[in-house]
Design a protein around this ligand. Sequence first.
Ligand code: GSH
Length: 293
Amino acid sequence: RGSPGAPRAMAAEAASGSDVEAFAKSDARRMLHVVYRVGNLEATKKFYTEALGMQVTRERDIPEEKYTNCFLGYGPETSNFVVELTYNYGKDKYDIGSGFGHFGIAVEDVAKTVEKIKVLGGTVTREPGPVKGGRSIIAFVKDPDGYMFELIQRAGPIKEPFAQVMLRVGDMDRAIEFYEKAHGMKLLRKSDRPEQKYTIAMMGYGPEDESTVLELTYNYGVTEYTKGDAYGQIAIGTDDVYKTGEALRAAGAKITREAGPLPGLNTKIVAALDPDGWKTVFVDNEDFLKELE
Ligand code: GSH
């Protein structure tokens, strides 16, 4: 740090770095949806609507590209988080990998929900009861492709039942710093469970009981996971994909798609990978609302 003339340049760089970081924190961001692939759209829709109580918000078939998208969640996409299912014509099987964790769904009565899911023929992989090492009542069920859903008991009324997207990371401090800087998220809660040998961190844009959060899990000593080809990415709304792109770059994200409009759709996006290789797509808020019209 010391050749004459350098300080000014470095100060300017630092200022722009902290500027975009400040933008990331003040930007109107919201978790929009999570994108992943399923092998049988009808079976998944049936499970999500009947067993998990979701509603279809949108569906689009793109025959030229040989795929169908179906969006499901617990409220309108203008306010609620949804899943964006992708069905690729003729492909009925995917590898979920070991890195994806689960989708967390808040319900008022886990035992009752599990009973209903059993009656419907759903697969329950973990019976209702207190989480190991904690107090909240949880259960795990599996969807037709093997994606795990954690049912989490919460007192009603539940504003956003779609509570979490859980992803495993290889270095917790690195991941938290990244999601704070690059995504402008807040660390809402961090708990260490030494008995169970894991740490979790809840990261997001609003309180856990009101909005969908990203749950990061670090298992002691595990630094690598497989990603498979099933899980895709989360999408987050932004007022400025270009500034978001700068903030991502400043935070060391690997940009996989430069900021700009998508050909054909005109929706502006920017996409990047986190240090573990998990992808996020930031979508222009106004363009997103136009897509919903
Ligand atoms: N090794 C676990 C993983 O990678 O999924 C660590 C995360 C974990 O255990 N999470 C809790 C859980 O699944 C929920 S916060 N508990 C299982 C249980 O209580 O049966």
